[in-house]
Design a protein around this ligand. Structure first.
Ligand code: NAD
Length: 232
């Protein structure tokens, strides 16, 4: 049976595709205060600004493509069961070809009803507008987990982490909770790789740090893991 690799990915894996990260200088959040665009209070206070912010992110997403880092994780699937757990709201893992992707913080290309949270739709274009409503007449909002909101996928994600044989953490500053706590559910004995050009520290045993960008860092990790299973 194939071994289980859990990949915990964050904004950094999409940086080489041209999507700004969260906290790096020049990151998209520098131009906006979190409270102004990514909270429910912001939505209630200034819907237009929130819609515009996510419409622009969505528009940008239609203009970018998966990079070598996303593709390395697809290559790993020949020898391992690879489950990606991403904080990203983009769909670049899926577009690269990864088959198991769990989105912790929602998905930019989807919208959901403000009166019925089970009503989730895929958007055709990039724009979500005032007056776009669900069949019950409720305004549609971005299908994003905003700061201060519950993270419904955190329990399934923790269960997956507990079954990992290997874990790769890539492109996350491990600052946003509860996502950052997931690595501590990975069994002690499982080898863990942290791929990030920054000084990220994972407070868990058995970690190898690869201080590189996702494209080159993941190539090294994937080559090593494939070799262990006699693939190349
Ligand atoms: P973060 O910005 O806090 O951390 C990004 C990390 O990526 C940093 O440690 C940085 O050193 C690293 N990094 C920068 N360039 C890299 C590269 N080329 N290769 C590998 N690593 C690189 O991001 P986070 O930890 O994911 O937390 C961000 C929050 O913002 C999440 O909630 C996420 O939903 C949201 N977000 C998502 C996207 C997206 O969907 N692409 C983009 C920005 C923010």
């Amino acid at each position: 049976m194939k071994k289980q690799v859990i990949v915990l990915s964050g904004a950094g894996i999409s940086a080489e595709s041209g999507i700004s990260t969260f906290r790096d200088s020049g990151g998209l959040w520098e131009q906006h205060r979190i409270e102004d665009v990514a909270t429910f209070e912001a939505w209630e206070r200034n819907r237009k600004l929130v819609q515009e912010f996510y419409n622009l992110r969505r528009k940008q997403l239609h203009e970018v493509a998966p990079n070598a880092g996303h593709k390395e994780l697809v290559r790993l699937e020949q020898a391992y069961n690879v489950q990606i757990i991403t904080q990203n709201v983009d769909d670049l893992h899926e577009r690269a070809g990864s088959t198991h992707v769990l989105h912790l913080h929602g998905e930019l290309k989807k919208a959901r009803s403000t009166v019925n949270p089970d009503y989730v739709v895929e958007l055709e274009g990039w724009e979500l507008k005032e007056g776009d409503v669900c069949p019950q007449g409720g305004q549609l909002r971005p299908h994003i987990v905003w700061f201060g909101e519950a993270v419904p996928m955190i329990e399934p994600a923790a269960e997956l982490c507990a079954k990992a044989d290997v874990c790769i953490v890539v492109g996350t500053s491990l600052n946003v909770y509860p996502a950052a706590g997931l690595v501590s559910y990975v069994p002690r004995h499982a080898p863990k790789y942290v791929v990030d050009p920054g000084e990220v520290q994972a407070q868990v045993p058995n970690v190898t740090y690869i201080r590189e960008k996702a494209s080159t860092g993941l190539k090294k990790v994937v080559d090593e893991l494939l070799k262990k299973e006699n693939f190349s």
